[in-house]
Design a protein around this ligand. Structure first.
Ligand SMILES: [Zn+2]
Length: 239
């Protein structure tokens, strides 16, 4: 079955969608997390009918696509007890907490070793690990920002400052003054996903919305961004 690629224009917006005809009874519209829109129509529907149906649900479609654009699931909260799985740059490590001084954090042999002055206090372990993550985060973000900026500098986008801030629902944002703020939790993701999120914010320095020109710019600067986003969503859910 081949899908026909179509675009519905409404106002200043447009919705690209793929249209497939099959032996079904009702028309079905699906919006996928990668923002693709698929329309499955019964064989006997005319193109006019299909367009009317898509137009009728255009607000819902636009809302779904916006939701998927802005929302990436963040990793679930941790309890900081031995045996728990933690991630660093996409790789999994098993947490081992023991009591001792000096306090330290180390990645070795698939384990995240934590020495805490009070080994039974999970809040202590949490603070030690989180500050260890934060320390590494800014350093890595600055290096990835430089690498990502190489992909966009020919677009006239200047190298911004980067800072970190804990955010409950977002991976990153960019400020009016042209700087980028990243969630330190990003450090748990694989580098290709970190790069995708940095590139996304870099492109916002040129195009502030999520309109077609934003995606054209993303396509130019990071042609495989859709796969990276898919991976990001999968990783975040599993982690
Ligand atoms: Zn955005």
């Amino acid at each position: 079955m081949t899908a026909e690629r179509r675009i519905l224009q409404f106002g200043t917006n447009s919705i690209p969608y793929s249209l497939t005809y099959s032996a079904r009874r009702h028309l079905r519209i699906t919006v996928f997390p990668d923002r693709r829109v698929a329309v499955d129509a019964p064989k006997d529907r005319s193109l006019d009918d299909v367009e009317r149906a898509v137009r009728k649900r255009s607000r819902w479609i636009a809302r779904q696509r916006m939701r998927f654009e802005k929302y990436h699931p963040l990793p679930s909260p941790r309890r900081y007890v031995s045996g728990e799985t933690h991630r660093y740059l996409g790789k999994q490590y098993r947490l081992r907490v023991r009591r001792g001084v000096p306090e330290s954090v180390k990645l070795q042999g698939g384990f995240l070793w934590v020495v805490a002055s009070d080994g039974s206090d999970t809040n202590r372990a949490r603070r030690i690990v989180e500050s260890w993550y934060d320390e590494h985060a800014l350093d890595i973000f600055e290096r990835r920002l430089k690498a990502c900026h190489d992909r966009v500098k020919h677009q006239g986008i200047p190298l911004p400052c980067v800072s970190t801030r804990k955010m409950k629902t977002r991976w990153g944002s960019c400020r009016k003054n042209g700087s980028i703020v990243l969630n330190p939790l990003l450090i748990r993701l694989p580098i290709p996903c970190i790069d995708y999120l940095i590139l996304h914010e870099l492109c916002h320095l040129r195009v502030h919305n999520h309109g077609p020109s934003f995606y054209r710019l993303m396509d130019k600067c990071l042609p495989d961004w859709r796969e990276r986003r898919e991976r990001l969503n999968l990783t975040a859910v599993q982690s």
